[in-house]
Design a protein around this ligand. Sequence first.
Ligand SMILES: Nc1ncnc2c1ncn2[C@@H]1O[C@H](COP(=O)(O)OP(=O)(O)OP(=O)(O)O)[C@@H](O)[C@H]1O
Ligand SMILES: [Mg+2]
Length: 220
Amino acid sequence: MIKVNAVSKSFGEKENYNLVLDNVSLEIKKGEFVSLMGESGSGKSTLLYLIGGLDKPTSGNVYINDKDINTLKEKEIASLRRSGIGFVFQFYNLVQNLSVEENIMLPVVMDGKKEKDYKDRLEKILKIIGLEDKRKALPNQLSGGQQQRVSIARAIILSPQIILADEPIGNLDSKSGQEVMELFKTINKEENITILQVTHSEESAKYGDRIVRLKDGKIV
Ligand SMILES: Nc1ncnc2c1ncn2[C@@H]1O[C@H](COP(=O)(O)OP(=O)(O)OP(=O)(O)O)[C@@H](O)[C@H]1O
Ligand SMILES: [Mg+2]
């Protein structure tokens, strides 16, 4: 599903030159749940952004479903980012004046799809994230863990094949963090969504099927 082939990424030139990813190759199969670990500055977020088409490698290729994403047209990349890949970040980035269900439905609206076609999916997802009774609440009426569950719901409303999560529990206490990890596990199993998560916590990394470690720009 995801194939990273001999990818290097550098920033800056001359004295500012920084080789962040050095000839990295990685394959992730459909339905896998992979945890990406490594010290701060080791290139985890950079790798995630390259896989998500948010940035381009300096050399090498990233394939999603056998398609080199850097050969996709701007429109195709935009569509992949909207509906093929769900992103979850450390800070939930919910829209503060929209309710839980409106936040979850945002990608549907943004993609010009009919909201009523997603009514059943919304119900299913509210159930999965355990916030059926909070559907009308505003983000500031929720705990951090609940807000992160809403952002995960938003990431999966369009049934993406892949979720890329960058330190999704980095901002949560350990109990909320465990709940979010359980939610990822459920989504991975029930919806067969491939998950790549960046984490600093060995404990949360264990929710995945395997751990990939980055060190000095290489996979070790
Ligand atoms: N847009 C950019 N311009 C210049 N340098 C960058 C840019 N993005 C990242 N870097 C550099 O690349 C290196 C890796 O950054 P990255 O954010 O991928 O690390 P990380 O492993 O995610 O770290 P953390 O655990 O702290 O989030 C750092 O040295 C960073 O300064
Ligand atoms: Mg990072």
